[in-house]
Design a protein around this ligand. Structure first.
Ligand code: CP
Length: 315
């Protein structure tokens, strides 16, 4: 594998999940694979899990990670060609990407959606320009459109908690006071489309995700109905895609409560974190035995590690 920009960059999701589960048993087995190799982790946005787990994954493979809070400490980058740069952008991505590539062998980038310019967000301007100009492998640590390291960690977690029948997996929207990106939900949908599962997306009308991503996935507007017989309930807020970046519904009735979870098939509660308690999910759900959010967070290390291992093996 050269780049990891989307879950579809994996040759085979199921095999990768099994390889990650093996790696988790012996995380230091390949500690010399990344010897003398450096990874630059560039953060244009905040992070807890992605920052620490990707560093740990790189270190487990013997790599040297360099982390930069690009959004707060880097020069503001220009991405357009032919621009007269006489305003607030100090450096063009053409130089920045090529310079960064002098210092590392892999570059991993977190650059969220603006939620103000749909066209630019869908064009993945930051990620694609780094891929174009850096000339080294690029890893997506959450871009405008996707969060494939999270989706792979979620696939590992689903496998580790698998039931003895074809699972019913529900992706449920939940309320949130702020406008949030679509990336986690998008990548979860793409990952579920590669699984043998009964997959249902539930959200209020007006919160349809990009139809180019959901394709023919089942959408059920009645959350109660969607939760019936669910083995896994994956919860995430996202802003409207149609009324791009807008919060068009804050109905607290969509919060995940104990009553709703009791109506599932003893379903597991999943969330990528961070999560707002008693807004998105009630304490009794996230604190319950059926909450597997910490397992998901733990699996972020092995998701990143298997991806970096595949890239290193291809260098
Ligand atoms: N789930 C996730 O990506 O967490 P962070 O935003 O804290 O990295």
């Amino acid at each position: 594998m050269n780049h990891y920009l989307s879950i579809n960059d994996l040759d085979n999701l199921q095999n990768t999940v099994q390889e990650a589960i093996e790696l988790k048993k012996q995380p230091l087995k390949f500690e010399s694979l990344g010897k003398d190799k450096t990874i630059c982790l560039l953060f244009f946005n905040n992070s807890l899990r992605t920052r620490l787990s990707t560093q740990k994954a790189a270190q487990n493979l013997g790599m040297n990670p360099i982390v930069m809070n690009f959004g707060a400490e880097g020069w503001q980058l220009e991405y357009e060609d032919g621009v007269i740069m006489n305003e607030n952008k100090s450096e063009h991505v053409k130089e920045a990407a090529e310079v960064i590539a002098q210092y590392c062998d892999i570059v991993a980038i977190r650059a969220f959606a603006s939620l103000t310019d749909k066209e630019k967000d869908l064009a993945e301007v930051v990620l694609n320009n780094f891929e174009k100009y850096a000339g080294i492998p690029v890893v997506n640590m959450e871009s405008a459109v996707g969060h494939p390291l999270q989706a792979l960690a979620d696939a590992i977690t689903l496998e580790e908690n698998k039931v003895n029948h074809k699972p019913k997996v529900v992706l449920s929207w939940a309320p949130h006071p702020k406008a949030l990106p679509h990336a986690v939900a998008n990548s979860f949908v793409e990952m579920m489309q590669l699984q043998d599962a009964d997959f249902v997306i539930t959200h209020p009308e007006g919160y349809e995700l990009d139809p180019e991503i959901t394709k023919d996935s089942t959408i059920e507007y009645d959350q109660k109905k969607a939760f019936e017989n669910a083995d896994f309930v994956y919860v995430k807020n996202w802003s409207s895609f149609k009324e791009y970046g807008k919060v068009v519904n804050t109905d607290s009735n969509w919060m995940i409560t104990g009553d709703k979870m009791r109506a599932t098939n003893n379903g597991k509660f999943m969330h990528c974190l961070p999560v707002r308690r008693n807004v998105v999910v009630a304490d009794e759900v996230i604190d319950s035995e059926n909450s597997i959010v910490i397992e998901q967070a733990n699996n972020r290390t092995y998701s990143a590690q298997i991806v970096l291992k595949k890239i290193l093996e291809n260098m």
